[in-house]
Design a protein around this ligand. Structure first.
Ligand SMILES: *[C@@H]1O[C@H](CO)[C@@H](O)[C@H](O)[C@H]1NC(C)=O
Ligand SMILES: *[C@@H]1O[C@H](CO)[C@@H](O)[C@H](O)[C@H]1NC(C)=O
Ligand SMILES: [Ca+2]
Ligand SMILES: [Ca+2]
Length: 310
């Protein structure tokens, strides 16, 4: 009898183990919906929420069946969300007459119950939210609500533990990087890296300065913008007089790289961190720049943190 139970136990563990393969450290595996879930407590508009999930290689979760609906309810209860609904992936954003989940399942194929009369306004973009008790309600897509991202199992992750192959491992630092060719303010750059599950690149050594400088040179050469010969990276200043800190809270010296360009930092109103990479004289060293000025930027991802075993 004991041997029998042990066998069952081991089989169960094997099943669990093979079922829950590697995925991002911030997602957890759930057997009921058959995949990975992540609760996002910060209220977002529907579009922001959909984009956020997309950037994580996932989609906005919908109550696809009763079990999935229960899983979502339990997530809400576990996070103390008793009166605030979450956005689901169900909406009519593509065509006013067509309500479907992100997967493309029409609303008529879902077993959902409305919290009151279906309060859909025919002419509007409506996004369907779910209450803690499992009922659904139609809301403006511009409202802000928490949401759950969902990733079906069977994910192919690259060596960076990322879905996005734009992140490439550099064997000199053991970190992964992605250079963005678009121009963004420093706060936007910070937010885009965060959405990708990464962070604005933080220079932790002379070697890493070279790695990031190389990437910056390449991305700046892609579409040359002569007046922007630098990229946004992960440090900035606070208070008066200015105190320079990496986005991970360390002084530049403690972080491992504090080589400023000659005569930098120069202007009090330049509070955001950049790296010179396009003007031969000053290349590969730090500069203080204005936060609102748009520049190309570099995100960094630690593969060891991202691809944790569950
Ligand atoms: C479910 O919750 C919603 C919103 O809190 C509420 O309006 C509705 O009456 C509840 N329905 C049931 C069946 O409890
Ligand atoms: C590091 O990567 C470079 C370029 O891809 C390669 O030539 C080199 O052999 C690699 N070094 C190690 C130690 O893996
Ligand atoms: Ca780093
Ligand atoms: Ca400056």
């Amino acid at each position: 009898m004991e041997g029998y139970l042990l066998t069952i136990g081991i089989l169960f563990m094997l099943y669990e183990g093979s079922y829950c393969e590697l995925y991002r450290h911030d997602y957890y595996c759930d057997q009921a919906p058959g995949g990975w879930l992540k609760f996002n407590p910060i209220p977002h508009t529907w579009e922001e929420a959909a984009l956020r999930c997309y950037n994580e290689g996932a989609i906005l979760a919908s109550p696809l069946d009763e079990e999935f609906s229960k899983t979502l309810s339990n997530i809400m209860i576990d996070h103390g969300l008793l009166t605030t609904p979450i956005f689901t992936g169900i909406s009519n954003v593509y065509a006013r007459s067509e309500y479907q989940t992100m997967e493309g399942v029409p609303i008529s194929n879902l077993c959902i119950s409305w919290s009151a009369e279906p309060n859909i306004k025919p002419s509007d973009q409506n996004c369907i939210a779910m209450n803690t008790n499992g009922t659904v309600t139609a809301l403006s897509c511009l409202d802000r609500h928490p949401f759950v991202c969902y990733r079906k199992s069977g994910v192919q992750l690259n060596e960076c533990g990322a879905v996005d192959n734009g992140f490439v491992l550099d064997n000199r630092t053991g970190s992964c990087y992605k250079a963005f060719n678009m121009l963004s303010s420093w706060p936007e750059s910070f937010a885009i890296c965060a959405r990708e599950g990464a962070h604005l690149a933080v220079i932790n050594s002379d070697t890493e300065a070279e790695v990031i400088w190389d990437l910056a040179k390449k991305v700046l050469a892609q579409t040359p913008v002569p007046s922007w010969s630098y990229v946004n990276i992960g440090f900035r200043s606070w208070s008066e007089p200015r105190t320079w800190m990496t986005i991970h809270g360390q002084s530049l010296k403690d972080a491992g790289y504090d080589k400023w360009s000659p005569n930098e930092p120069n202007h009090e109103h330049e509070r955001c961190g950049t790296l010179f990479a396009g003007s031969s004289v000053k290349d590969g060293v730090l500069n203080d720049g204005e936060c609102h000025v748009t520049r190309k930027f570099i995100c960094e991802l630690d593969p060891k943190i991202n691809a944790a075993v569950h």
